[in-house]
Design a binder for this molecule. Structure first.
Ligand code: SF4
Ligand code: SF4
Length: 334
């Protein structure tokens, strides 16, 4: 175990630690009581072989996790940790809606936050509204999921043909990153890279980037790409969750999202695998309910609550037949 831990920190030995900023995160969903704050931080510092961190983020805040750690006194604990020199700055990473994001922003004088953002997620999660709100308050905003889990790197044919019409030739990855780097509210963009080639390409893209680099024609092209992706998401679910809970335990927006993702990103097989995994998660008791479309009895209780007027009870059997029984994807309910 010791040997494996050493591997994580080896690149920072020999004087390199002083040249970089180190951040790690409190796994908020695992916190059970206030003693866990110290327990996790102590263990992280021991594993990192460091007695001081630069940034400490409350990881993956949403309504539920935020309420829990706030009520356990995480902000006061963080202040004490800063005054003891355990870390310099406190921030948070976030996965929920814009309203929740703004409430968290307003609750403390954060140094930084980490949000999911890309040219498709302008109204999703913190969204552009949240990004600007945090930046106006002087909070440094770092971006995760700039390529939406890699989905934006390999566009379907309909999107590819729009990129090909652009007067300036860029790869889909370069377009997505430039869209972010173009915005003054963004401090930095985190993008996962698996190969040295990807590292080199991203460095080259970053070298040609800057606030205001994109022209209005470039922005128009990106808007057209976004519209095309939205057209490809055939079920107009906004993930508002007004339809929930379903009496049968069906997670309605997650089923819709999985179906849409399969179509939008040409990832039918991975949507089917994920659907199968939900069943396994239920069998292994990781989920308390079987959330698959399969459980829908067609009661239509959810339909009156849906502001988008989605015929949920007609879509659910289709979703199960496509994702669970490998039928062809359909563009509208029969
Ligand atoms: S129609 Fe289906 S998804 Fe909607 S509430 Fe009834 S069982 Fe749940
Ligand atoms: S109410 Fe409609 S739009 Fe909102 S999550 Fe449910 S299905 Fe989606």
């Amino acid at each position: 175990m010791k040997k494996v831990r050493g591997l994580w920190v080896r690149p920072l030995r020999g004087g390199y630690r002083e040249k970089v900023k180190v951040a790690t995160k409190l796994p908020c969903w695992k916190v059970k009581n206030a003693k866990d704050f110290d327990r996790f931080l102590d263990e992280q510092m021991e594993r990192l072989e460091m007695d001081h961190l630069d940034f400490y983020l409350l990881h993956s805040l949403d309504k539920k996790n935020w309420r829990k750690v706030r009520d356990l006194g995480v902000l006061e604990w963080g202040e004490r940790a800063i005054s003891k020199g355990q870390f310099s700055y406190m921030g948070f990473s976030f996965h929920d809606d814009t309203e929740t994001f703004k409430k968290i922003v307003d609750a403390y004088d954060w140094s930084m936050c980490l949000i999911q953002h890309n040219y498709l997620d302008i109204k999703n999660q913190a969204g552009t509204g949240g990004l600007r709100y945090a930046a106006e308050k002087g909070i440094a905003v770092a971006i995760m999921e700039p390529l939406l889990g890699g989905n934006l790197a390999v566009p379907p044919a309909a999107v590819k043909s729009i990129w090909e019409q652009a007067p300036v030739k860029r790869s889909p990855v370069n377009w997505a990153l430039q869209w972010l780097w173009n915005q003054p509210e963004i401090s930095t963009v985190l993008s996962g890279m698996n190969t040295m080639k990807q590292v080199e390409e991203n460095i080259a893209h970053a070298s040609a980037s800057g606030i205001g680099t994109l022209t209005s024609r470039d922005i128009d092209i990106i808007d057209r790409v976004r519209e095309k992706y939205e057209e490809l998401a055939v079920i107009p679910c906004t993930d508002c969750k007004y339809c929930m809970p379903c009496p049968q335990g069906v997670n309605i927006p997650r089923n819709f999202s999985l179906y849409n993702e399969g179509l939008r990103f040409n990832k039918q097989e991975s949507s089917r695998k994920e659907y199968k995994r939900w069943k396994q998660d239920y069998d292994k008791k990781r989920f308390s309910e079987d959330i698959r479309a399969f459980q829908c009895t067609g009661c239509r209780e959810c339909e009156d609550k849906c502001p988008q007027g989605i015929p949920v009870s007609r879509w659910m059997p289709i979703i199960h037949s496509v994702l669970g029984e490998e039928r062809h994807f359909m563009m509208k309910p029969e």
